[in-house]
Design a protein around this ligand. Structure first.
Ligand code: GLN
Length: 514
């Protein structure tokens, strides 16, 4: 392996240590990632925009500051990729949609301000399903992202670009957003770690809103400790987000460092397994439970009887909020403007032509569904009922957390499916989120980490830990402990078993078979 290949396979924490010790510079580290992007992103397509010059300039700044003896953030100089739903000055933000193609934000999201203040070079913006609607990244207006484990398969969604970038060693860290699972499910199918923080734990200011009562920005990484470090950096109160919690950010990285499950009561959600779950996913899940038991955790079964209605409630509440949040994309204020080809040039007709041309099929489907659910006459039957179910799901969590400290389930029912397999079947696509959605409805935090490779297809499966609101720290403590046990069993990180992408990329560029 070349020096730069070795560098990019380190964890973000290890990179930070090498930077602090003066063994490497941030310019070297950032260049190594840019080289990797140049080498493999042609086949992965995780990035919509690569921010070469600015990333190297920030890296040089970090190196100079370090040489001058300035005190720096632990992650200073460690590069990061950003889901293209989060607004950034100086780089385009598309939300994966034609309607925002070429749009440049005049301001930074709060999480971006924090990342800039801590001096993490931003490598670029990653691909996603349009406005974060989807589970496969196939709803992006700018092409598919490919799963680094098997380039014919989906990387999950909506944040498939961020997860694939991290899995393909194009970035050690990335930001995602999770409305119904878009950080955790891509993590599960790419063998990476993803966390949806407690609702309000990370500012949403500058994350283009999909469904405001469900959306949450969170970390994508290759280890639990790395996710904890990034979460600590981006978390905390923000007066610009009225739903932001005022709590101080807990010591997530310290919790990950002393990862422990001794005496922890862990509840297996019986409603999130069984029918529809792939055998290999359940096998790896069961083995992880055995490891936790051997390590001193108490494993009990817990039923959350209303979880079975969560998916249905989500697919009414989320589109209702989508229909309202996406009303502002009208050809007047942002991005695309399309003029009607015939008839009078009225403002309504310009808006209609712009929205017809700018939104993809899934965005339109959800806008129509949400508008219908909110319409007078149907409001109580659909939106009102869904909100009641949401309360019942929250009560299931409350009751479960009286009995146990954390809950556990597979993250997604299956491993990565093939590109194109579910694009014509929205309901099959929606079913991917069956295990991740309850956390968004209740606002509680969730962490996904790899549980191993499913025997039948050799692809990564994910395991999800859930904690009560504001107890994200528990996820890092337990998640890091489980990760340690699993890595020991695998004899090294799971991603070390992923195929060599550089080879696939060179075969493609030389015209060989994939
Ligand atoms: N896959 C889910 C959906 O399509 C979740 C999306 C998300 O979390 N942004 O709505």
């Amino acid at each position: 392996m070349s020096v730069s290949t070795d560098l990019i396979t380190l964890s973000a924490a290890q990179m930070a240590d090498k930077l602090a010790a003066g063994e490497i510079t941030s310019v070297e580290l950032t260049q190594a990632h840019l080289d990797r992007i140049a080498a493999v992103d042609g086949v992965v397509h995780a990035f919509l925009h690569v921010n070469t010059e600015e990333a190297l300039a920030v890296a040089a700044e970090v190196d100079a500051a370090r040489a001058a003896g300035q005190s720096l953030h632990r992650l200073a100089g460690v590069p990061i990729a950003i889901k293209d739903l989060i607004v950034t000055v100086g780089q385009p933000t598309t939300a994966g949609s034609r309607i925002l193609e070429g749009w440049m934000s005049p301001y930074d999201a709060t999480v971006i301000e924090k990342i800039r203040a801590a001096k993490l070079p931003i490598l670029g913006k990653t691909n996603l399903d349009e406005f974060a609607m989807g589970s496969s990244t196939e709803h992006s207006a700018f092409g598919d992202t490919h799963n680094p484990w098997d380039l014919d398969r989906i990387p999950g969604g909506s944040g498939g670009g961020s997860a694939a970038a991290v899995a393909a060693f194009e970035a050690p860290l990335a930001l995602g957003t999770d409305t119904g699972g878009s950080i955790r499910q891509p993590a599960a199918v790419t063998g990476t770690v993803g966390v949806k923080p407690t609702y309000g734990g990370v500012s949403r200011y500058g994350a283009i809103a999909m469904a405001s009562s469900l959306d949450q920005i969170g970390p994508c990484a290759r280890t639990v400790e790395d996710a904890a470090l990034l979460h600590e950096l981006i978390g905390g109160h923000d007066p610009k987000d009225s739903t932001s919690l005022v709590d101080p950010v807990a010591a997530f990285a310290a919790a990950a460092a002393d990862g422990d499950v001794t005496g922890l009561r862990i509840g297996v959600v019986t409603d999130l397994q069984g029918e529809g779950y792939q055998a290999g996913v359940l096998d790896r899940f069961g083995e992880a439970l055995d490891l936790l038991r051997e390590a001193g955790a108490e494993i009990v079964e817990v039923s959350c009887p209303h979880f079975r209605y969560a998916l249905g409630a989500y697919y009414l509440i989320m589109p209702s909020e989508v229909s309202s949040n996406l009303a502002k994309f009208d050809g007047v204020r942002y991005g695309l403007r399309t003029l009607p080809t015939e008839g009078p040039l009225t403002i309504e007709r310009v808006m209609a032509a712009t929205r017809a041309a700018g939104f993809g099929a899934e965005a339109k489907r959800r806008i129509i569904l949400g508008t219908y659910a909110l319409s007078a006459g149907y409001y109580d039957a659909y939106y009102g009922s869904a909100q009641k179910v949401r309360t019942l799901v929250q009560r299931d969590f409350d009751a479960a957390f009286e009995r146990v400290d954390i809950l556990i389930s597979p993250t997604a029912p299956t491993t990565a499916f093939r590109l194109g397999e579910k694009t014509d079947d929205p309901l099959a696509m929606y079913l991917n989120d069956v295990a991740t959605i309850p956390a968004n409805l209740a606002g509680v935090p969730g962490l996904s980490l790899p549980s191993g490779l499913a025997t039948e297809d050799g692809l990564p499966a994910g395991i999800q830990l859930l904690a009560p609101a504001r107890e994200d720290e528990r996820l890092y403590r337990a998640g890091a402990a489980l990760e340690r046990l699993l890595v020991h069993r695998w004899g090294g990180p799971l991603l070390a078993q992923a195929p060599d992408l550089a080879e696939a990329a060179s075969l493609t560029t030389t015209g060989g078979d994939k």
